[in-house]
Design a protein around this ligand. Structure first.
Ligand code: MG
Ligand code: ZN
Length: 462
């Protein structure tokens, strides 16, 4: 958790952005039932946590344009606390969290109209919390019912997401430090899974995907991570060609590759790492050939990740190297698809590379933030969407700036097909690291687990 002054600064900035006569309402996430009497592990709403550092459920934050913050939280209740655990309670909250006021969440309906009364605009995150719009409409209604007695109902409702997304898009030094730590823990987990795979195979043991997943989870948790940042992908052999495969019970075979896309969340900050390695610790010729192409593509994408570049630049750089590589190694037939320019123009590479090279990362693994440069919307530009081939007009891609964090994750996935050399069939490779844009270029947060062929083979040698 960051120092409490960090959250206070964020709230002060938010108050400034909504204007002196605005009011912002931010609920935390609801508890989610998994099945009867059993809930999913609780995880606070990202916006709410970003502004409070508070992890209890059943809580709301109200920020008014004059810079005052009011929290609504679960009241102290000795009996409930015996069952569900400690509650901070409204009495201790202002001091503990650096807020101006706090009430029991039971007082929400009684207090909210008064907090909204006389404001010009009410701000809240649109379309993110089920039932929120209805609740706010109810509070506004109760104000309208009292206009004859001098109540003033706000005239406008604004989406808070855009404001908070812009704030969250640029990570401060506390956020970067947490993300680096998450990356280090996750990197250690990848090393552990690689070594376990090779050791078990050498010992003649049966290895399944869940054996390797267990190593990842153990390593995340023993370093204090609260959750995996997303469902772990541990894909042995041909399973690597299923992009959203999950760790299952597939057999990890000697001679095949394993693709692991897994990383931890630490104090609500995600990491996101993919490594692809030979199950037994030694790449075969064809595996190595394709791996080197993906690695070179990632290097090109990393070099293109710097301030002033566009979000799409790393992807374009990766595609160029991948497409050239596909021609060079014979995945694509020059006589059928032509040269590099044709492969890119016709998107022939799409058969083997069908996803984007990155996404924002932060509190959410696919983090918030516009992928279009806000100040340039409507300005003349034409670009082709890398994934769909659709033409995007007058929406220039986002400019990278120091503090923005994104993943860099090219890959090659070879499903058996006519004309595709058999020795490449069923090979799926992705290499993914997390980058923060700096003044000079970018730094990688996740390189405690290596990517070079020789280094992976060395650490799996036992
Ligand atoms: Mg990933
Ligand atoms: Zn990713």
């Amino acid at each position: 958790m960051h120092p409490r002054s960090v959250y206070a600064q964020r709230r002060a900035l938010l108050a400034q952005k909504i204007g002196a006569n605005g009011v912002a309402i931010i609920p935390t996430a609801p508890e989610q039932q998994r099945n009867r009497d059993s809930d999913f592990p609780y995880r606070a709403d990202s916006y709410f946590y970003y502004l409070t550092g508070f992890t209890e459920p059943q809580a709301w934050l109200v920020v008014t344009g004059d810079g005052r913050s009011t929290l609504f939280c679960q009241p102290k209740d000795m009996e409930r606390e015996i069952w569900d655990g400690y509650r901070l309670g409204p009495l201790a909250a202002p001091d503990q969290l650096g807020l101006e006021a706090a009430y029991s969440v039971a007082e929400l309906d009684a207090q909210l109209p008064a907090l909204i009364d006389g404001r010009d605009a009410v701000w809240y995150p649109f379309a993110t919390h089920k039932g929120l719009e209805t609740r706010i409409a109810h509070w506004l209604d109760s104000l309208r019912a009292r206009v004859r007695y001098g109540a003033l109902c706000p005239k406008t409702q604004n989406d808070l997401c855009g404001l908070l997304d812009e704030m969250r898009l640029v990570k401060d030094t506390y956020e970067q430090a947490t993300m680096l730590r998450a990356g280090q823990i996750s990197a250690g987990a990848h090393i552990r899974a690689m070594q376990t795979s090779a050791n078990m195979l050498r010992a003649g043991q049966e290895v399944r995907e869940y054996h390797l997943e267990a190593e990842l989870l153990h390593e995340f948790r023993r370093h204090g991570s609260q959750f995996p940042a997303y469902g772990s992908i541990v894909a042995a052999g041909a399973n690597a060609c299923v992009l959203h495969y999950r760790a299952d019970r597939g057999l990890v075979r000697d001679g095949e590759l394993v693709l692991i896309d897994a990383a931890c969340e630490l104090d609500t900050y995600a990491s996101d790492i993919t490594r692809t390695f030979p199950a037994n610790g030694v790449f075969t010729g064809p595996q190595r050939t394709l791996y080197e192409v993906v690695l070179a593509a990632q290097e090109a994408a990393i070099a293109a990740t710097r301030p002033g570049a566009r979000f799409t630049d790393p992807h374009d750089a990766a595609v160029k190297v991948l497409a050239q590589g596909m021609l060079d190694v014979g995945l694509l037939d020059r006589n059928k698809v032509g040269g590099l320019a044709d492969v890119i123009e016709q998107r022939a590479y799409f058969q083997f590379y069908m996803h984007r090279t990155g996404h924002w990362i932060g509190m959410d693994v696919h983090d918030c933030g516009d992928y279009t440069e806000p100040g340039e919307i409507g300005q003349f530009s034409t670009r082709q969407d890398a994934l769909t081939g659709a033409t995007i007009k007058d929406r220039p891609a986002r400019m990278l700036r120091p503090g923005m964090a994104l993943t860099i994750e090219p890959g090659i996935y070879v499903r058996p097909a006519d004309g595709v050399p058999e020795h490449f069939h069923n090979i799926g490779i992705r290499i993914e690291d997390d980058a923060v844009v700096t003044e000079a270029g970018c730094t990688l947060l996740t390189r405690d687990v290596p990517v070079a062929v020789a280094e992976i083979e060395a650490l799996m040698r036992g």
